[in-house]
Write a protein that binds this ligand. Structure first.
Ligand code: FAQ
Length: 316
């Protein structure tokens, strides 16, 4: 009897058996995962930049320590994710090269500027909130190393979301000027956060196959709707107004209806023409170039130690 590797593979997926690095997998599954995981990793690393901008300007020591820890967590997430993608056969240098040459994407959200301290609240609340909504199901994604990396990432994202919401609560319970800052941040971050979930399902070329392979467990629109449904009551509690005049609870659907997303803006940002794309990419390329001497020194040191061990073994 002929054994069909593709059937065995799909059977494992259907039975919730994780796919591991040494298992046979279709080339397209490998490619899809490398694309998604590396882009996710790039998003974490580029995602450090908008908030890193405010570390030196945090209003007090407690806020500074929490923000510093959050940005450091994002570096950690990037590193777990690069490691997970490496298990699929692409080197980290190749992934960095794709980011630096603009070949690989990263999340559209990180191409917007952080104009006030309230943006640290809005990012934690909305951007991490959206990230959690998307990433909790990824803890059950079919590829083992990705699923396991996401477990820790999600725990940390949950802390990030709370620190953001707590900043928003403080601002909303503060002076009228502080509340205005919080509203302004919500006005600017709401729609880009909604766009983070990606194109509508009927315009999402990767979704059908990724759902069949259980890389994705929910569609872009399903996750977007869930995010909106949980976030509106949080905005109400803060006493803030979500900038969408079409937002309305729909009793029959049991969900909020919301306005039309500006897909031209999304496509423009993804194509590299958002407010901060060039600045973000330049920061990453400069960091890579300026860090060359550190990489060289670390490699030279590792080589020296290796030679010493080798000559010690020969002498023994
Ligand atoms: N931005 O067919 P689909 C975070 C692209 S981490 C840019 O629907 P797919 C933590 C997509 O790549 C945030 N491009 O694609 C944090 C594809 O192009 P390609 C990142 C986007 O993969 C918080 C094309 O559009 N999270 O926030 C975007 O099935 C705070 C067609 O789309 C992840 O990466 C977008 N928003 O679904 C850090 C989660 N959306 O690649 C710092 C993992 C879509 O074919 C501070 N990724 N595109 O050329 C995913 O779940 C999926 O990849 C989706 C997209 C849902 C993002």
């Amino acid at each position: 009897m002929e054994i069909n590797l593709e059937d065995i593979f799909q059977n494992k997926i259907d039975n919730e058996v994780k796919i591991e690095p040494r298992d046979w997998m279709p080339e397209k599954y490998r490619k899809t995962l490398i694309r998604q995981i590396s882009q996710h990793a790039h998003s974490e690393i580029v995602g450090m930049l908008p908030e890193g901008n405010w570390i030196t300007r945090a209003p007090n020591l407690r806020r500074k320590v929490a923000l510093l820890a959050k940005v450091q967590d994002e570096a950690g997430h990037g590193l777990y994710l690069y490691s997970a993608a490496e298990t699929l056969g692409m080197t980290r240098d190749e992934m960095y090269n794709e980011l630096h040459t603009g070949k690989a994407k990263y999340s559209s959200i990180f191409n917007y500027p952080t104009l006030s301290w309230a943006d640290m609240g809005a990012i934690g609340w909305l951007v991490d909130g959206a990230a959690i909504m998307n990433q909790v199901p990824l803890c059950r994604t079919s590829y083992g190393p990705y699923a396991r990396a996401m477990v820790r990432v999600c725990k940390e994202e949950s802390f990030h979301q709370r620190q953001g919401y707590e900043i928003m609560m403080s601002l909303c319970n503060g002076t009228p000027e502080q509340k205005t800052m919080a509203q302004d941040a919500l006005n600017r971050w709401w729609w880009p956060s909604i766009m983070m979930f990606g194109p509508n399902d009927d315009n999402s070329p990767n979704s059908a196959q990724s759902m069949k392979w259980k890389i994705k467990r929910f569609s872009n629109d399903e996750l977007r709707q869930k995010f909106i449904d949980v976030t509106i009551p949080q905005a109400e509690l803060l006493g803030l107004t979500v900038p969408d005049k079409d937002l309305k609870w729909n009793e029959a659907r049991g969900h909020y209806d919301f306005g039309i997303i500006n897909w031209d803006e999304f496509n423009n940002v993804v194509a590299g023409n958002g407010p901060c794309n060039k600045q973000r990419l330049k920061a990453r390329v400069d960091a890579w170039n300026n860090g060359e001497w550190v990489r060289d020194a670390a490699n030279a040191y590792a080589q020296k130690r290796k030679n010493r061990v080798k000559s010690g073994q020969q002498a023994a």
